[in-house]
Design a protein around this ligand. Structure first.
Ligand code: 5RP
Length: 238
């Protein structure tokens, strides 16, 4: 049986797919919402090239007949479409639930525009309300990095697979998920975590998003301005 959120994701994915124009080179992130976007794009079959952020997205895109290529060949992208784990009223994000945030941040920064596609359960008033911040760490240094994250007020936990082994990213590294009581200044925390030796990249994406597409029971809400997002959050709070 299909759940509400699955349908909401598809509502937003259909609108996201329409943003792809023939001739574009587009970055494409990862996760279950992005998988719906890839399926919706494959139905339209645009003459575009896609640079996937993860091996899983690359496999799906290829299987559905989309043309994929590497960032090495196309270092400047017209647009990136990606999902998120949390989106706050300032368009700041927590990503990395799937452990692909390092490559996702690279393609986001290589793009003219970043479009985030979510269902409305991902909307939060403040980052960290529900999700920890994923931090990709060089395995050699993970214990040291954990100590540093604790000094920043975080509670770090090494991400494990169901088999009880450390989760390994597409880049061959570990992920440490860090709970913070309150993230008051996302941009500052993003920079602070990344200044620790051994940290590859963290999942806070501050000041990068241009547009948010939110799937919900009524369809999809396209949000281009920050105040609009807060009003949309408030709509579901009463
Ligand atoms: C992966 C991500 C995903 O975009 C994020 O976890 C959302 O995934 P989903 O759409 O499956 O909820 O950042 O690194």
């Amino acid at each position: 049986m299909e759940t509400g959120t699955e349908k909401w994701k598809r509502n937003a994915a259909r609108i996201a797919a329409e943003l792809i124009e023939d001739g574009m080179v587009a970055g494409i992130g990862s996760g279950t919402t992005v998988a719906e976007v890839v399926k919706a794009i494959a139905e339209i079959k645009p003459k575009s090239v896609f640079v996937p952020a993860s091996k899983a997205t690359e496999r799906l895109a290829k299987r559905l007949g989309l043309r994929t290529d590497a960032l090495e060949k196309y270092p400047m992208l017209d647009l990136t479409i990606d999902g998120a784990d949390e989106v706050d009223p300032n368009f700041d994000l927590i990503k990395g639930g799937g452990g692909a945030h390092t490559r996702e941040k690279i393609i986001a920064k290589a793009s003219d525009r970043l479009v985030i596609v979510i269902d409305r359960t991902k909307l939060v008033r403040r980052l960290g309300e529900r999700m920890p911040v994923p931090v990709e760490v060089l395995p050699f240094g993970w214990k040291f990095v954990n100590k540093e994250l604790e000094r920043m007020g975080g509670i770090p936990k090494l991400r494990m697979t169901q088999l009880g082994k450390p989760f390994i990213t597409d880049n061959g590294n570990y992920i440490v998920d860090v709970r913070f009581k309150r993230i008051l200044k996302p941009k500052e925390l993003e920079g602070k975590i990344n200044s620790t030796s051994g940290v590859i990249e963290n999942g806070i994406f501050a000041g990068m998003t241009d547009m948010v597409l939110v799937g919900y029971e009524g369809g999809c809400k396209t949000i281009k301005r920050k105040g609009e997002l807060l009003r949309f959050i408030e709509r579901f709070e009463s």
